[in-house]
Design a protein around this ligand. Structure first.
Ligand code: ZN
Length: 95
């Protein structure tokens, strides 16, 4: 079985009482690893432009929910920082 599927199972399939024992940082690390492995296996494709400002760049995966590790927005570093640090919704287009 592919490693990312094991990571996904580890993050998403555990019952809530087990999930609570996972530290938030451990869940984030597992989600990031799942994205890396999904990219390596072409399960996930990185967009070549930011979904928020539409700037052409090397995008970063921004997780909407770390328990859904492959449900991401592809954002430039500026929009990713706006989302992570200031909670600015990437769907608010910055054109
Ligand atoms: Zn952007």
């Amino acid at each position: 079985m592919a490693a990312h599927k094991e990571v996904l199972r580890g993050v998403t399939k555990k019952p809530p009482h087990i999930r609570r024992r996972e530290t938030p940082e451990a869940v984030k690390v597992a989600a990031r690893q799942a994205v890396r492995e999904a990219l390596d296996e072409c399960v996930l494709v990185r967009l070549w432009y930011c979904e928020s400002c539409h700037q052409e760049c090397k995008t970063m995966a921004a997780h909407k929910d770390y328990y859904e590790p492959l449900d991401v927005w592809w954002l430039c570093h500026v929009c990713h920082a706006d989302y992570d640090l200031h909670g600015i919704d990437p769907k608010t287009l910055k054109l």
